[in-house]
Write a protein that binds this ligand. Structure first.
Ligand code: HXC
Length: 514
């Protein structure tokens, strides 16, 4: 055969696999979704995508799937560049047997996982799948297992980002759950069993969206970290996220030129953080005032809103921000906010991102609901994550830092490198009212005017103990700072702490409380 013929044959074979009939494309577009290849085109730099395994053929011992042609076995895989950075990608093709995961589909994904790990580059998963391909039985289950074990091996070594762009059912949800970040469109769904099975087993009637829509997983379950209105926005979020994080655990995050002065003062913090301990304020105003203008990128925005976490830049360098949110549940720590904070701290620590913690919290949430659901177990995760983190850790106590939450929010005792406090900070076992009512209980009840005595005692306690200076006397707070100097001081110390090196004791691995 001449080369001309061979090239023609190649072209025909390629086009048979790549070309989807226009009606199928239209069906996908009508659902508000793009096709697998359209998504990759939007995500990567022009002409940077090299596709792998286009000729992989479906294999099934149980059903005669050979007769049912499944282009590329339902998944497009390859390597490309996003803003110049190398990434390994898979993109499931819902138009090919519902993007269901068969044996060869899984092995294509595995090849990309191994590529990402050996090159030390981010792994990006674009999901749109009906789960395990039923006809391939146990081979398809094996496929998930092979993916899961590689997700875990890659965890902490390279960033893994999962984007949910359609249904993700059954086994398909667990690879995303093992990855670092999940981005979901509003129309995407994630559940272990769909509404039909739910109704058959429990009698409960529920829609796909109510069971596992993008909104539910962003607000309620905390499974997803970002919500996007459509495919386009979801893929833009991948690019933005990548701009803050390094390619692997051996590299520092990318640095950018900052157009915000490192000497900028932050006097607005005088107004933003109130003096009175019980007045609410929005801690995001503090964050936005301090970090490089417009760089705060919130993670888990709608979940456990009593804590705020996200990436930002200080003088062009990526930092991880963790803060209590006094505007929501007074900034109390509870089960969900503990999970949110601990997971974010561990991601930053794994990828060399310094931590900045802003503290204003009345403590851990009391009550049977929290206790019975394990606030002890979940709350311990914050202690564990901060104690284990070896990246630079800087803490600013804005106002209240009471009890266990004072210790948990990256106190000196959990290894903070620098702890600053504002002049109105109160570092104590509890607030003045609670403290005075307990320790002066006898004096208050036996006095002729208990209310008046109580008020007096609260004031006395407050004047004596509700301040940052007692902690300063012990060296637990390194300095009480003028709020207008916050940005300058953090930038100076982040730069100074660059050479920080800390080794944890050698062991197989820790045993984080789950
Ligand atoms: C084989 C599948 C499939 C699957 C969908 N299809 N899911 N084929 N195995 N798991 C096929 C359909 O037969 C159909 O083929 C095409 O994909 C499109 O599916 P539709 O149902 O027409 O699409 P839609 O109405 O949009 O519904 C999408 C869906 C639904 C919600 C995902 O297909 C669905 O509920 N699928 C089953 C989901 C599920 O229960 N998966 C769990 C598998 S068990 P045609 O030829 O008609 O176009 C599992 C366990 C692994 O994953 C555990 C590991 C830990």
């Amino acid at each position: 055969m001449s080369m001309e013929h061979r090239l023609k044959e190649l072209e025909e074979k390629q086009s048979k696999i790549v070309k989807i009939d226009p009606q199928t494309v239209e069906k996908q577009h009508k659902k508000g979704k793009l096709t697998a290849r359209e998504r990759i085109d939007l995500l990567v730099d022009p002409n940077s995508f090299e596709e792998f395994d286009i000729f992989v053929k479906t294999r099934s011992t149980y059903f005669d799937l050979d007769k049912k042609f499944i282009p590329a076995d339902g998944v497009v895989t390859g390597v490309g560049r996003i803003n110049g950075r190398r990434v390994a990608i898979y993109s499931q093709d819902f138009t090919a047997m519902g993007g269901s995961l068969g044996e060869m589909h899984a092995l294509k994904i595995v090849k990309m996982q191994e590529m990402a790990l050996k090159l030390g580059i981010p792994f990006i998963a674009l999901n749109d799948s009906g789960g395990a391909r039923i006809q391939e039985g146990v081979d398809s289950l094996r496929g998930y297992g092979e993916i899961f074990i590689r997700n875990v091996k890659a965890s902490g070594a390279i960033p893994q980002i999962s984007v949910q762009l359609g249904p993700t059912a059954g086994g398909a949800v667990y690879s995303p759950a093992l990855m670092d970040f999940i981005i979901m469109t509003e129309k995407a769904t994630m559940y272990i069993t769909g509404p039909n099975v739910v109704e058959a087993v429990t009698g409960e009637k529920v829609t796909h969206e109510q069971l596992g829509g993008g909104l539910i997983h962003n607000e309620k379950s905390g499974v997803a970290h970002f919500l996007a209105k459509d495919d386009n926005e979801a893929l833009e979020l991948v690019k933005k996220l990548l701009s803050y994080i390094p390619d692997n655990y051996l590299q520092d995050p990318p640095e950018v030129e900052s157009d915000d002065s490192s000497d900028r003062e932050t006097p607005n913090l005088y107004q933003i953080v109130p003096d009175e301990p019980n007045l609410a304020f929005n801690v995001k105003d503090v964050i936005n005032e301090v970090v490089d203008k417009g760089t705060f990128f919130e993670v888990h925005e709608s979940f456990a809103r009593n804590a705020v976490v996200g990436f930002a830049r200080l003088n062009g360098k990526t930092v991880g921000i963790i803060a209590n949110q006094p505007a929501y549940l007074a900034g109390v720590l509870d089960i969900n906010s503990s999970d949110k904070i601990a997971r974010f701290v561990r991601f930053c620590d794994a990828f060399n991102i310094p931590l900045i913690t802003f503290v204003d919290t009345p403590g851990y949430m009391p009550g049977t609901q929290q206790e019975h659901n394990g606030v002890i177990r979940h709350g311990a995760k914050i202690l564990y994550a901060y104690s284990e983190a070896t990246v630079p850790k800087l803490t600013v106590i804005l106002r209240k830092a009471y009890g266990g939450a004072y210790i948990a929010m990256c106190s000196r005792h959990l290894g903070a490198d620098v702890v600053y406090a504002f002049p109105q900070a109160e570092i104590a076992v509890m607030g003045a009212e609670g403290a005075a009512s307990i320790i002066f209980a006898k004096e208050i009840t036996s006095s002729p005017n208990p209310e008046e005595t109580k008020a007096k005692k609260i004031l006395e306690y407050s004047e004596q103990f509700s301040n940052p200076y007692l902690a300063g006397e012990r060296g637990y707070v390194d300095d009480v700072i003028d709020p207008k100097d916050t940005r300058k001081k953090l930038i100076y110390m982040i730069e100074y702490l660059k050479s920080k090196y800390e080794d944890l004791p050698k062991k197989k691995h820790g045993n984080i409380p789950f």
